[in-house]
Design a protein around this ligand. Structure first.
Ligand SMILES: Nc1ncnc2c1ncn2[C@@H]1O[C@H](COP(=O)(O)OP(=O)(O)OP(=O)(O)O)[C@@H](O)[C@H]1O
Ligand SMILES: [Mg+2]
Length: 302
């Protein structure tokens, strides 16, 4: 059986379930071609609590649609990739915030030449590919879906797992193994409400920013900064920032783990205060928020 990294043990799954998933993974991996293998995510999500990974694994194994909810840079995409890695499932991605229309989701028709004749061919998009190949579909920022794509997405999420391709009139039924993970950027502020019928079709997992020792471990493992004492100060700064976010003084992205990793990487070569300014302060729109972060950073690195 393939060795998967140690932290699967911390997911606290029933042993038999993990065994089934891993056996199926081994079997599946041998039947995938290079392109399909390239669609499998990489391992590396670190859970913020004891349950998030295990619960997500159970939900995917049961064929539920999983909605990852959390602020920007909290590891939602990383979690989805990690699940794709564990299940050995190729994952196609779409992002609803970038003007995704029905063609971008389902596919489009094109004119081809075949033996001197013009033929109309349908080029499947990520949704149809994932459905017909029994792969997974990752729908980023699903709360931003346009009204024209919403019925398609709802159809896919329904237990019937069927859509009518609007361009060919064909009924597309999902093959066994098809699964959906969606993500929404939702923090303490700036929440974009989600269509009720859409939300109703998911089981929801909260993906908060890592904190404390867990954040420290991640920074130690991933960041270029190797100075333990400095890393600890970054973790304390992150705790302060999260506190300010909770009290409404700062917007969510101020404590983004992505930004914190950037700050630590830069701090391997720049003075920490400048690293923080580039990776965190200057991204905030509000001058008052920028000053607040600068003040907090000063207390640890001044
Ligand atoms: N819990 C975590 N475990 C592992 N990596 C993490 C975690 N949280 C954040 N990261 C790292 O931070 C970066 C951002 O993570 P990711 O892209 O998954 O965030 P996201 O929640 O999908 O953000 P967005 O909403 O902006 O798409 C990545 O480099 C990721 O590896
Ligand atoms: Mg993401």
């Amino acid at each position: 059986m393939t060795l998967v990294s140690e932290h699967w043990a911390t997911a606290k799954l029933p042993k038999s379930l993990l065994q089934t998933i891993l056996e199926r993974r081994d079997f599946r991996m041998t039947s995938l071609d290079a392109e399909q293998l390239s669609l499998i995510g990489s391992d590396g999500y670190r859970p913020s609590d004891d349950h998030i990974l295990g619960d997500a694994i159970v939900a995917m194994q049961l064929g539920k649609n999983v909605l990852l909810k959390g602020p920007t840079g909290s590891g939602k995409t990383r979690l989805a990739e990690t699940l794709s890695y564990l299940f050995g499932q190729p994952m196609h991605s779409v992002n609803c915030s970038v003007d995704l229309d029905a063609e971008g989701l389902v596919g489009f028709k094109t004119l081809d030449q075949e033996a001197g004749q013009s033929v109309v061919r349908f080029i499947p998009g990520p949704l149809v590919k994932a459905m017909t190949e029994g792969h997974w579909l990752y729908i980023d920022e699903v709360n931003m879906a346009k009204p024209e794509t919403l019925p398609l997405i709802n159809g896919v999420l329904d237990h019937r797992r069927t859509i009518t391709n609007p361009f060919t009139g064909e009924v597309v039924r999902a093959k066994k193994g098809f699964g959906v993970i969606a993500a929404v950027n939702i923090g303490y502020v700036g929440t974009v409400p989600m269509n009720e019928a859409l939300k109703n079709r998911f089981v929801v997992m909260d993906v908060p920013y890592l904190q404390g020792d867990k954040l420290l471990e991640l920074l130690k493992e991933r960041s270029l900064l190797k100075d333990d004492e400095l890393l600890r100060r970054f973790v304390r700064l992150s705790a302060d920032l999260q506190e300010q976010i909770r009290s409404g003084q700062l917007s969510d992205e101020a404590a983004s783990v992505r930004a914190m990793l950037d700050a630590c990487d830069l701090a391997a070569y720049l003075p920490p205060l400048r690293a923080i300014q580039r990776a965190i302060n200057d991204k905030l729109d509000d001058e008052r928020e920028q000053a607040l972060v600068a003040n907090l950073a000063e207390t640890y690195f001044g």
